[in-house]
Design a protein around this ligand. Structure first.
Ligand code: ZN
Length: 495
């Protein structure tokens, strides 16, 4: 006999079904199993299965937020990067910390990051996973995503973290350049070559991802090629072909990072010229995209992700996402790294729109008479826009009958949020993570009554302990080689 349907009935919400459309006051949402099956006033509880009724005073129901760019392994290093430039980040994070991570660290960080994202109303994420130092690292990342219950595309990273070198004997980590390989803490494995990585990616794809159809699998498989601006374009073209042969649903990479794009190689134009652009490509950052590159991205259906906090802080230029939208591209937002900012997705939306408004006010000259960018635009970018970039818009990004039940209930009933004059403005401008009361992914309640359903007590202890250990280990490493290598790269000089 078939299992009876299981229902969630959300009562009396203000429903923002799609950013940019009029909110629906005093509406109910009925979820059956993983799908939204009704939205309307005074919906009755079905009688053919168990019903969980959810009633949150003053709540605004929004589609779950979609985070288009994240490196979740850095959750263990929260706060490490808050005063870093991109150069500092590449030297310390990509060359030192990345090589110290064990598979257990990857599981711990990714699991904690996924739960933190869920707590912030993020229901879908594109995980650009460039911490795969061994097959066990890949296993750990996938297991952590699956265990957390977030909708994710795991993008297997082709990037190889370099070996770490021991620092001077005084442990200052300032680096003399004469250190020896620090075999103990490094998970760098010279045998894990690109060919070995390709074979492992095929193994991972087969072992964990079944049909790789997002309508059937909560976690799907993608690929992150090696850094396109650090290698010949032919190699990136080859890696895109390899990713497609592996059956990657999405292929994501960092490109065109404004002032940090020293060589101005216009990678996307080269990829367009090579005829490899397509809707499965997702480009992060992109402040130095040319108009021609944006036109090529639009024509191909590829996506663009802006990460306001890291771009503004680290010298990667102003977020390109509004310019990209104006050019007709699919564009969305990403959190990028919690070694810098938090997982507060609303903060990213707010930052993105305010910096854009500031730019346009400056360009206009004189006294602005109109705010050109409306709040609904950035909420759209954080929901349906993100779903389009991640090729999930047939499943999520709006609240409508037939779509997956991925949503957040934002409680707007306190002194921070009342009175709610405009529900879209209230969500984007007046709420903090504490207002995210309920989060549902694929019809499963992951946060309820303002608290994650998962028990995080042990996780919190483990994160604190291991984060401190990793920081202590990193302080013993020699940075000289990494500094020289990355400075050349960022200046566009040959290695
Ligand atoms: Zn990134």
């Amino acid at each position: 006999m078939a299992k009876p349907a299981s229902y969630i009935l959300i009562k009396d919400a203000t429903v923002i079904a799609e950013a940019g459309t009029s909110p629906l006051a005093h509406h109910d949402i009925l979820v059956r199993d993983d799908l939204i099956v009704a939205i309307g006033r005074d919906l009755a509880a079905p009688a053919d299965g168990p019903v969980t009724t959810v009633r949150v005073p003053g709540c605004i129901a929004v589609p779950g937020f979609v985070d288009g760019h994240h490196h979740m392994w850095q959750q263990l290093l929260r706060g490490a990067a808050t005063d870093w430039t991109l150069f500092d980040y590449t030297v310390h994070m990509r060359s030192i910390f990345g090589s110290l991570f064990t598979p257990d660290d990857v599981y711990l960080a990714t699991h904690a990051a996924a739960l933190s994202l869920l707590s912030n109303g993020v229901t879908s994420v594109l995980e650009h996973c460039h911490i795969i130092n061994s097959p066990a690292h890949a296993d750990a990342a996938v297991r952590a995503l699956k265990d957390a219950g977030i909708r994710a595309t795991f993008a297997y990273g082709f990037y190889q973290n370099p070996p770490v070198t021991a620092g001077p004997a005084d442990g200052s980590g300032s680096g003399s350049g004469s250190g020896s390989l620090a075999a103990a803490p490094s998970s760098y494995d010279p045998a894990f070559t690109h060919e070995a990585r390709l074979a492992d990616a095929a193994r991972v794809r087969a072992a964990y991802f079944g049909s790789n159809d997002p309508a059937r699998e909560l976690v799907t498989f993608g690929v992150s090629p090696d850094e396109p601006e650090s290698q010949p374009t032919e190699k990136t073209v080859r890696e895109i072909a390899e990713a497609r042969e592996l059956g990657a649903r999405l292929i994501t990479m960092h490109v065109a990072m404004g002032p940090c794009d020293g060589a101005r190689r216009h990678i996307v134009q080269q990829l367009a010229d090579a005829g490899v652009l397509g809707p499965d490509l997702v480009f992060s950052h992109g402040a130095s995209f040319t108009d021609g590159e944006l036109a090529a991205i639009r024509a191909s259906g590829a996506g663009i992700v802006g990460t306001p906090d890291t771009e503004l802080q680290m010298g990667m230029g102003f977020p390109v996402v509004f310019r990209a939208r104006d050019a007709g591209c699919n564009a969305c937002l990403g959190i990028d790294i919690t070694s810098n900012q938090g997982n507060d997705f609303v903060a990213q939306m707010r930052l993105a729109i305010q910096v854009q408004r500031a730019l346009q006010n400056e360009q206009g000259g004189g006294l602005p008479t109109v705010v050109a960018r409306k709040t609904a635009e950035v909420l759209h970018m954080g929901t349906l826009g993100g779903a389009r970039v991640l090729q999930l818009d047939h499943l999520v990004g709006t609240l409508e009958v037939g779509k997956k039940a991925d949503l957040a209930l934002v409680a707007c009933d306190d002194l921070e949020t009342l009175p709610v004059t405009d529900p879209v403005g209230a969500v984007v401008f007046h709420t903090s993570p504490a207002h995210i009361n309920t989060v549902i992914v694929d019809g499963v309640v992951r946060k309820s009554g303002g608290k994650l359903v998962a028990d995080t007590s042990k996780l919190r202890d483990d994160i604190s302990r291991r984060g401190a250990e990793l920081n202590a280990l990193a302080a013993t490493c020699d940075l000289t080689e990494a500094r020289v290598r990355w400075l050349k790269l960022l200046r566009g000089e040959p290695l």
